[in-house]
Ligand binder design. Structure first.
Ligand SMILES: [Zn+2]
Length: 373
């Protein structure tokens, strides 16, 4: 076992990370070369009242350290006017940037564990929306739109864009714990770090067992700075940022649409969640509109007849399953055709289909005003 970190070894680590993290919450930010199977991703099940206003307000007096950026909440538009970034260096020696307070507290966390013989080093930190857009554009040009949509994160919806999130690698006795697989197995090393995070104002953003709330698989390496008070409360109550903010928002997770799964003999909730993610991603990619309500359209719109109808209009595709949802959403002033600006849309029908266990594709676009209702 060598204590010397070689460039070649880093390249291997970096490539492995890019590949395995591309579809994780962090991967949205990295845009690496995704060749591995998608991480498990589920969405939150929200059955409370619909909120019709974005509740993640832009910061008015300085930076909002409790900002919520997830599949339902875009980075506030004027975020970067308040964001103060500081230069840092990743464990691999590359320049990176982190929000000032976040970096200050991260360094304290780092020093604390250094004394215990564990090095916590940065792997991925801040990335601007423009950087993310550039990655998406590059993938679109090289691999086509379908590939890009599937594997590259959508600009505006990654927590890394806040500057308050850091991904880490660990080094113990000269051994790098730097691939997602290795980090997922390093519970003995990550456990004490996770327990100490709140003392430094950080939370483990995507904890195990909270996948349905955060919308992301467990990521032991992704820490989010929220400030000490919030971090301690979140840790003590075994919450996520979503749950902490819901407590302060009348029980509703800010920005999350309500989901009505109805009753179905065809699909379980978990199966519906998979399709709902594809639907939500369509909203993420479409600027200027906010999803407020999702309802399962019913088994009669998802059975053999519906599938035959879809396959008849596109025989080549040979879909094996289809599902349909009705959505309510509204647009702001930036909505582009076919959507109208500042308009409420209700009961817009979306149909999705897939082949085998492949990914869900949208076959009826609910944004299309001439589409089926
Ligand atoms: Zn991350």
């Amino acid at each position: 076992m060598s204590n010397h970190f070689t460039k070649k070894r880093f390249m291997m680590i970096a490539l492995g990370l890019c590949a395995s993290a591309a579809l994780s919450g962090c991967g949205e930010n990295r845009g690496g070369t995704p060749e591995t199977a998608p991480a498990v991703r589920v969405i939150s099940e929200i059955t409370t009242e619909v909120t019709t206003e974005p509740t993640t307000l832009p910061p008015e007096e300085g930076l909002d350290y409790l900002v919520l950026v997830n599949r339902d909440n875009r980075l506030p538009e004027n975020w970067e006017t308040f964001l103060e970034l500081e230069k840092a260096v990743t464990g691999a020696g590359a320049d990176c940037q982190v929000e000032t307070q976040t970096l200050k507290h991260f360094k304290k966390l780092q020093r604390h564990f250094q004394k215990k013989g564990v090095e916590i080093v940065l792997s991925s930190t801040y990335r601007s929306v423009q950087d993310q857009q550039a990655v998406l554009d590059d993938y679109t040009a090289r691999r086509g739109a379908e590939f890009a949509r599937k594997y590259v994160g959508i600009p505006g919806y990654s927590e890394h864009q806040t500057g308050l999130a850091v991904d880490v690698w660990l080094i113990k006795d000269g051994e790098w714990i730097a691939t997602n697989e290795a980090m997922l197995q390093a519970e003995d090393l990550f456990g004490p770090i996770h327990e100490a995070l709140a003392d430094y104002g950080f939370i483990l953003r995507y904890p195990k067992g909270k996948e349905a709330v955060t919308g992301y698989a467990y990521e032991p390496w992704h820490f989010r700075y929220v400030g000490e008070d919030a971090a301690k409360e979140i840790y003590e109550k075994d919450q996520t940022l979503e749950e902490y903010l819901a407590d302060r928002n009348g029980g509703r997770v800010p920005g999350a649409p309500s989901v009505d799964y109805g009753s179905s003999d065809l699909y379980t909730k978990e199966e519906m969640d998979g399709a709902i993610i594809a639907l939500k991603e369509q909203f993420m990619r479409t600027g200027g509109c906010r999803l407020t309500r999702i309802r399962y359209a019913g088994d009669d719109k998802c059975g053999e007849d519906a599938l035959a109808q879809i396959n008849a209009s596109d025989a080549e595709r040979a879909y094996t399953q289809c599902i349909a949802f009705l959505t309510d959403f509204y647009t702001d002033g930036t909505a582009a055709p076919p959507l109208e600006a500042n308009t409420d849309y209700t009961d817009r029908l979306w149909r999705l289909a897939r082949r085998g266990n492949g990914s869900w594709e949208i076959v009826t676009d609910g944004f299309d005003v001439d589409g089926e209702r």
